[in-house]
Write a protein that binds this ligand. Structure first.
Ligand code: CP
Length: 318
């Protein structure tokens, strides 16, 4: 694995190796007074974020620090991006300054792929010619480490083998990079994914995804899924509002307490965050034992440790 740009195309053995490494990272840190492994000492991880983030940026930084890497955060605001520097020049500058890995979030789908292509062609003397690029969310396209941390959370709650597990992904699929990454990864891991969304919030081309689609949340919940993943409504990617209205969305696609009560006892509720409580998910559900929202964030640190480890420590995945 040279870069982690998407879950589409990730082989099952690669995904499982990353998830197994994440579990090993968690184990290696358990009970330690000082959460510090020497694994990436001397390596430099730069996060380059052109969009807001709390979970992803912090957990990549924590992941790097817990493996003794030097971590540096660059935001579009406050960097020379604000003076008009191009994405290519910014990435080349970070590589020339000594980055071994660049973790990038960008509003344009495909931006991390472009950076990886540019850096692969140029090469950099600091890093034996290779700078690893990690996609931390690109437009409406992919968010691979989110899907990996979701899978890690499901493995802990439901068992390591997700074969045949039924996962509902609910809400604004159209604008969701989380939905696409999860659809591909969960299918690769053998799970059955159902997208539950209004027709207006489904992307063109969804027919090619390894999923089934329905528009009726109550009917689908009645089939007893093992997990329900609620999506964030991406208001910032909607220009001029969206249909259905926020109120109708909450009524038809919100996970309220009545709906949560219809789920099987073992079923787990996920949300990538940040959550809009009251519209996407009721507070009583988000704060219940069934919900794994905090566990997802914790799994995010271990998964991102695993990703940086496989990309930077020379320990390739299968
Ligand atoms: N889930 C997620 O990507 O959250 P942030 O936008 O806070 O990183």
């Amino acid at each position: 694995l040279r870069h982690l740009l998407s879950t589409e195309g990730l082989r099952r053995e690669q995904a499982e190796a990353l998830l197994d490494t994440a579990a090993s990272m968690e184990q290696a840190l358990t009970g330690r007074a000082v959460r510090k492994l020497p694994t990436l000492r001397g390596r430099t991880v730069v996060t380059l974020f052109y969009e807001n983030s709390t979970r992803t940026r912090v957990s990549f930084e924590v992941a790097g620090k817990w493996m003794s890497a030097d971590t540096i955060n660059v935001s579009a605001s406050g960097s020379s991006v604000g003076k008009g520097e191009s994405l290519r020049d910014t990435a080349s500058t970070l590589a020339a300054a000594g980055a071994d890995a660049i973790v990038v979030r960008h509003p344009a789908s495909g931006a991390p792929h472009r950076i990886a292509g540019w850096l692969d062609r140029v090469g950099h003397s600091h890093t034996d010619g290779h700078v690893a690029v990690v996609n931390a969310g690109d437009g409406t396209h992919e968010h691979p480490t989110q899907a990996l941390l979701d899978a890690a959370t499901l493995r802990k709650r439901l068992g390591t083998d997700l074969t045949g597990r039924r996962v509902a992904v609910v809400g604004d699929v159209l604008h969701s990079r989380v939905a696409r990454s999860n659809a591909h990864l969960l299918a690769t891991l053998g799970a059955e994914v159902t997208l539950v969304a209004p027709p207006t919030l489904l992307p063109a081309g969804v027919d090619a995804w390894p999923v089934t689609v329905t528009h009726d949340l109550d009917a689908h919940l009645a089939t007893g899924p093992d997990a329900v993943m609620m999506l964030r409504v991406q208001a910032e990617r909607m220009h001029g509002g969206f249909f259905p209205s926020a109120r109708e969305y909450a009524v038809r696609f919100g996970l309220n307490q009545r709906r949560a009560d219809t789920l099987p006892d073992h079923a787990v509720v996920l949300h990538p965050g940040p959550a809009v409580r009251g519209m996407e998910i009721a507070s009583s559900v988000a704060d219940s034992d069934r919900a794994a929202i905090g566990e997802q964030v914790t799994a995010g640190v271990h998964v991102r440790m695993a990703v940086l480890y496989h990309l930077l420590a020379g320990e390739d995945v299968a």
